[in-house]
Design a protein around this ligand. Structure first.
Ligand code: AKB
Length: 312
C-alpha cells in the first residue's frame, strides 16, 4: 500500500474521479490532488490540494519531497482537438510533465508512476478493427505523437533505469461528474447534457463514425487495478490496449431515444471528423486481460442508462 499519492491534473475529467476513488481506498489525507486551477467542491474539501503547474519541475519535486510522495498519477495533458489548435503548447505540456515525473522516479524520489496514453497513438495505417496491442502506429495528431513518444520513453525509463511506470491507452471516456475538455470523443458526453436540457444535439462527428469508448467507472477501476498489480505481471511498459465498448453516434442516439423518445440528433462533422477517421473503431485488449485480469463491466446500454439517471 502506498504511503502518499500525488495526482497531477486532479481537476480534469479523469483526475477528479480518480482522486476521489484513491482517497476512498487509501485515506483522504494520503492522496494529494494537484492542478493548475481549483476543481469541484467535493474534491477540494475532501483532502489536501496543491496549486501546481505540471511543467514546473522544481515545484513538482518539492511537493513530492516535502510530502514524502511515493506514487504519482500524471493526468495533466492537452487532448487531441485542442492540441491541433495549439501544437507547441500541447507538445510542451505533454512531454515536459512526463519527463519531470519519470526523472523523479529515476532519481529514486518516487517509487511508482501512472501515465495515461490513448487510442490516439494509432493512425490511419493501423488496422482499424480489433486493433492489436503491437501494430503499426503512425499517429497524425500532435496529441497522438506526444502519447506515442511518451510510451517509448516510459518503456525506456523502465528498461534502462528500472522505473516502475504503468500506463493504459484510454479510449474515449464517458462520465457525468466532470466534463471532458478538448477531445475528439467529447460528443459522447455532450450528447447527454444537450439531450436532457434541450432535447436535441448537433453532433460534430458523422453518424457512422465508430470509436472505442469506456464508462468512467471502468476506466478508474482499470487505473487502480494496474497500479495494484504485482510488478512482474506488468509485461507491457509502454502502455496497454484497453477496450470497453465501440459505437457510432447514431447507435448512441438510438439508446438515448429509448429513454427520451423525443430526442433528435443532427450531424455536422467539423475538423474533429478527420481525427476520428484516423483512429481505430475497436480495440483488442487481450494482453491487459491476461496480465492483470482486466475486464470491462459497462456496455453501451448500461452506460446510457447510468448517464441519464445521474444527469436528469
Ligand atoms: C480525445 O478525444 O482526445 C481523448 C482521447 C481518446 O484520448 N478523449
Amino acid at each position: 500500500m502506498p504511503n502518499k499519492i500525488l495526482v497531477i491534473g486532479a481537476c480534469g475529467q479523469i483526475g477528479t474521479e480518480l482522486t476521489m476513488k484513491l482517497r476512498s481506498l487509501y485515506g483522504n489525507d494520503n492522496v494529494i490532488g494537484a492542478d493548475i486551477r481549483e476543481g469541484n467542491k467535493e474534491l477540494m474539501q475532501s483532502g489536501p490540494f496543491e496549486i501546481l503547474d505540471a511543467m514546473d519541475r522544481e515545484k513538482v519535486s518539492q511537493v513530492c519531497e516535502s510530502q514524502k510522495v511515493d506514487e504519482v498519477y500524471l493526468m495533466a495533458a492537452m487532448l487531441s482537438a485542442t492540441g491541433e489548435k495549439f501544437p507547441d503548447k500541447a507538445w510542451k505540456l505533454n512531454m515536459d510533465s512526463l519527463f519531470i515525473v519519470l526523472d523523479l522516479a529515476k532519481e529514486g524520489k518516487i517509487k511508482k508512476v501512472f501515465w495515461p496514453s490513448s487510442i490516439a497513438v494509432f493512425g490511419p495505417t493501423t488496422p482499424k478493427e480489433q486493433t492489436p496491442q503491437h501494430t503499426i502506429m503512425e499517429p497524425t495528431t500532435v496529441y497522438g505523437i506526444s502519447k506515442q513518444t511518451g510510451e517509448r520513453w516510459c518503456e525506456y525509463y523502465h528498461r534502462k533505469y528500472g522505473v516502475d511506470v504503468r500506463s493504459i491507452r484510454y479510449p474515449g471516456l464517458i462520465s457525468w461528474k466532470t466534463l471532458p475538455g478538448g477531445g475528439t470523443t467529447d460528443y459522447a458526453v455532450e450528447i447527454f447534457h444537450k439531450a436532457i436540457k434541450e432535447g436535441t444535439y448537433s453532433c460534430f462527428l458523422s453518424k457512422d463514425t465508430a470509436l472505442p469508448m469506456m464508462y468512467m467507472e471502468d476506466a478508474i477501476r482499470a487505473t487502480v487495478d494496474i497500479m495494484k498489480a504485482p510488478a512482474e505481471n506488468i509485461k507491457e511498459r509502454s502502455s496497454y490496449n484497453l477496450s470497453g465498448m465501440s459505437f457510432t453516434p447514431q447507435e448512441m442516439a438510438r439508446f438515448i431515444e429509448k429513454h427520451l423518445p423525443d430526442f433528435e440528433i443532427t450531424y455536422e462533422p467539423d475538423s474533429r471528423q478527420q481525427i476520428a477517421d484516423s483512429w481505430p473503431s475497436s480495440i483488442d485488449d487481450r494482453q491487459a486481460r491476461a496480465d492483470w485480469n482486466w475486464s470491462a463491466a459497462y456496455d453501451l446500454e448500461k452506460t446510457v442508462a447510468e448517464m441519464l439517471q445521474h444527469l436528469s
